[in-house]
Design a protein around this ligand. Structure first.
Ligand SMILES: Cc1cc2nc3c(=O)[nH]c(=O)nc-3n(C[C@H](O)[C@H](O)[C@H](O)COP(=O)(O)OP(=O)(O)OC[C@H]3O[C@@H](n4cnc5c(N)ncnc54)[C@H](O)[C@@H]3O)c2cc1C
Length: 477
């Protein structure tokens, strides 16, 4: 911890080392304060995407809200930008070299109130931890496909569930209360009644408006669901996707589905029929019994014979089984955007880009069907940008540096190939680094009107753009 502190008391005319400026942090915060040469610095700055390293000037491991506030005030005094990391799944702007990084994973408060049907969490809590607690009560949170991601980062970016989304909307739509440290270092309580503008901006604006240290949200009585995946041979993806395309408009709001064209690695962690295989993975989540769920899945099973089938009735805590997302950090290339339709034309182009004989290098190319309550404005207004987006696509892959370069080429070709079907807005949580680079791109994602309101609020709450290591909303001039 600031292991070269003895050197920072300078009496000579030599320039002060950069570390000297951070000495006040040692007494201001209880958690670790680490500089690039310190033991533990690399682990404290870890990210899920190993291609997006964080190397800030100093990192503060916050242990409670006051640590976050002290770190933000310290950065403010030095004119430093502040980056935030919990589980590190969405580092949009890497390195953050000149920044003070606040890590929130030690903020571990978690409490369930079954009577009020609410959960309160600290900024370090993951969905997996919440599920362990809520499963004891039969209540369900609006968790995403990967329970190992952080609750607060996910929810500030909207929070798209592969099971509850069409029924209940985004996770952000069901937030009741937040505690946030804003750029001036103040700790504020934010509700739809108290600071409604900041409440609106935080939920959808993600990390642009401060560090959310605690959050309370609603949970719902869904103890069980029917769901999982059907994997088909890649060579049979066309008839299955034709069935999927016909199925989606028929679905009620209690059912969600997506698919992923996968080129899987040959690893023991995968069940035998999937090792090293080219497959189509169709996902389904239904908030009802197995008889109805199986009836919904019947046209998919009829289109081709699955090589692996995990559709079954499950406790809600098994929601991660719908997607079976990878949990280990790895170098990644990704691209993602919204689609205004999934027509015969969209499917035809997708087949050319990813189907048999396409030479597609990307490991996973996913399309999710949205709609239902995801399109409706919530009772507690927020700035979620993707209402009315019927489909979204996300392509991601990992591999050697040479493979990553090939996948980056594919990502560009994929985005270019689907341009005619691209929708203007997008789900913030699926913005890849390359899709969040310019102000114009971020404005497109939100739309001009919503972006203008966000930029005006950014000028109020973060006029110096302290929180800029994200898909950045620039303070209005
Ligand atoms: C495998 C996988 C599957 C996913 N599936 C879904 C899904 O189904 N639905 C969905 O909506 N998203 C999904 N995501 C996206 C995911 O929700 C976001 O990447 C989320 O931010 C991850 O949480 P984290 O703790 O890793 O965030 P981090 O990477 O630690 O933080 C990401 C950013 O969030 C902001 N942030 C984080 N914590 C705070 C805080 N306390 N206060 C202010 N800002 C903060 C900051 O801008 C930070 O840069 C998925 C991601 C992965 C890797």
């Amino acid at each position: 911890m600031l292991n070269n502190v003895p050197n920072v008391v300078h009496t000579s005319a030599e320039p002060m080392p950069a570390t000297a400026g951070h000495v006040p942090l040692l007494t201001a915060v209880e958690g670790p304060v680490l500089l690039p040469d310190d033991i533990g610095y690399g682990e404290e700055c870890r990210t899920f995407n190993l291609s997006r390293a964080l190397t800030p000037a100093v990192v503060v491991g916050a242990t409670h809200t006051d640590d976050v506030a002290a770190a933000v005030r310290h950065a403010g005094r030095l004119g430093m930008p502040v980056a935030v990391r919990n589980q590190g799944h969405q580092v949009v702007l890497p390195t953050a070299e000149d920044a003070l990084l606040i890590t929130t994973n030690r903020l571990q408060e978690i409490s369930v109130d079954p009577g009020r049907r609410t959960v309160r969490v600290g900024a370090g809590v993951t969905w997996a931890q919440v599920l362990t607690e809520t499963d004891k009560t039969g209540l369900a949170p609006i968790v995403g496909s990967a329970p190992h991601v952080g609750v607060i980062g996910y929810t500030l970016g909207g929070g798209l569930s592969p099971l509850l989304g069409r029924k209940l909307g985004y996770a952000a739509d069901h937030v009741r209360w937040m505690e946030v440290v804003t750029a001036d270092g103040a700790v504020r309580e934010v509700t739809p009644e108290r600071l409604p503008d900041l409440f609106w901006a935080l939920l959808g604006g993600k990390g642009n408006f401060g560090v959310v240290t605690r959050m309370e949200f609603d949970v719902f009585p869904f103890p069980r669901f029917y769901g999982g995946g059907l994997w088909f041979r890649g060579e049979e993806m066309l008839p299955v996707l034709e069935a999927w395309r016909a199925l989606v408009p028929e679905l009620g709001e209690d059912t969600m589905t997506s698919f992923s064209v996968q080129r899987l690695p040959d690893v023991a962690a995968l069940p035998q029929p999937l090792r090293g295989a080219f497959v189509l993975h169709v996902r389904l989540g239904h908030l009802g019994d197995s008889t109805t769920g199986a009836r919904i899945a019947a046209p998919l099973r009829a289109a081709a014979t699955p090589v692996f089938d995990t559709l079954t009735e499950r406790p809600f805590g098994e929601i991660g089984e719908i997607h079976r997302d990878p949990v280990h950090a790895m170098p990644l290339v990704e691209t993602g955007f919204a689609l205004r339709e999934f027509s015969a034309g969209t499917l035809g182009r997708l087949m050319e880009l990813t189907g048999p004989g396409s030479g597609c290098s990307m490991k996973n190319v996913e399309v999710r069907a949205l709609g239902g309550a995801l399109d409706r404005e919530p009772a507690r207004p927020n700035s979620v940008s993707s209402r009315g987006v019927p489909y979204m696509t996300f392509a991601v892959g990992s591999g050697s540096p040479a493979q990553l370069r090939t996948m980056a080429e594919f990502a560009r070709a994929y985005a270019g190939g689907l341009t005619p079907w691209r929708a203007p807005h997008h789900v913030i949580n699926f913005l890849s680094p390359d899709e969040a680079l310019s102000e114009a791109e971020v404005r497109d994602v939100y739309g001009a009107e919503r972006y203008a309101r966000l930029a005006a609020l950014k000028r109020v709450y973060d006029p110096a753009n302290m929180f800029r290591f994200n898909h950045n909303i620039k303070p209005a001039a």
